[in-house]
Design a protein around this ligand. Structure first.
Ligand SMILES: O=C(O)c1cc(C(=O)O)c2c(n1)C(=O)C(=O)c1cc(C(=O)O)[nH]c1-2
Length: 254
């Protein structure tokens, strides 16, 4: 038995606090994000972020479907399915992916450009694919735990709503619907995800595993922005040594 496995479990409150303490690794602190909310991002950097984050957005419902596919608990599925409706849309609501396409248009990128995935950098694609792959292979409770970066998401959406309209008057206001909608959706998701995690990971070793899973997800979000920094801040996208253009692959699985 490892040293940590032999330790007494953290209380429910201490475990929740340990999860929340991971907020210091959230991508809100990444220099690329700071530049965006401090008004130092160029139009190309904002556009690059929107086009690359589109790939995250379209993978989220597939990730949630994988969680449901692995879950035999009908009550959980009844609650979890809301996340798919939120992103894909349902009768009477367009959903988050549509709102993200509107954000694309608001920053000057057509829906076709986003849908083509031509701007999705390989590093972003690999990071997002790792998230989907994890959700397919892990238990549904572990995959639910990996969604807990959403603990910190309302703050990041609010930071954009507070700062972007002032710094970037060229962005059309219709683009902000996505961030506004997610404020309440993320709070509701996280309440459910947290309940699952606190109920399921009860030994010290399991709690440690949950913290490691959350770190894995934080690594994904941070790594996406690292790839964007290379491409749009340092002007070093993949193969910048060879030619202008974007020769990278567009995804072999979709
Ligand atoms: O804009 C962001 O910084 C951000 C971060 C995250 C996150 O922390 O994973 C999500 C979202 N947005 C988001 O909009 C969203 O729908 C979402 C779903 C999930 C998830 O893991 O299930 N994370 C996030």
């Amino acid at each position: 038995m490892t040293a940590i496995a032999a330790e007494a479990p953290l209380s429910r409150a201490a475990f929740e606090q340990a999860l929340r303490d991971k907020g210091r690794y959230y991508h809100i602190h990444h220099p690329y994000h700071c530049a965006m909310y401090e008004g130092r991002a160029t139009r190309e950097q904002i556009q690059g972020w929107v086009a690359n984050r589109y790939y995250y957005q379209i993978n989220i419902p597939q990730k949630d479907a994988a969680i449901m596919a692995n879950c035999r608990d009908r009550e959980v599925r009844r609650e979890w399915i809301q996340r798919i409706h939120d992103h894909d849309g349902a009768p009477g609501s367009d959903g988050g992916i549509e709102a993200w396409l509107r954000l694309g248009e608001a920053v000057g990128l057509s829906a076709d450009t986003l849908r083509s995935e031509a701007m999705v950098l390989p590093g972003v694609r690999f990071a997002v694919d790792a998230y989907l792959q994890f959700a397919r292979q892990a238990s549904w409770q572990e995959a639910a735990c990996s969604s807990l970066t959403e603990l910190f998401a309302p703050h990041i959406h609010q930071s954009r709503l507070d700062s972007w309209p002032t710094h970037y008057p060229w962005i059309k206001p219709e683009g902000y619907v996505y961030f506004r909608t997610r404020l309440s959706e993320a709070r509701r998701d996280v309440e459910h995800g947290l309940r699952v995690t606190l109920d399921h990971f009860t030994t010290r070793a399991q709690q440690q595993r949950a913290l490691e899973i959350l770190q894995f997800k934080l690594d994904i979000l941070w790594t996406m922005l690292d790839a964007m920094s290379m491409a749009y801040e340092l002007a070093r996208p993949p193969y910048h040594t060879v030619e202008n253009g974007q020769p990278w692959h567009r995804g072999l699985w979709s």
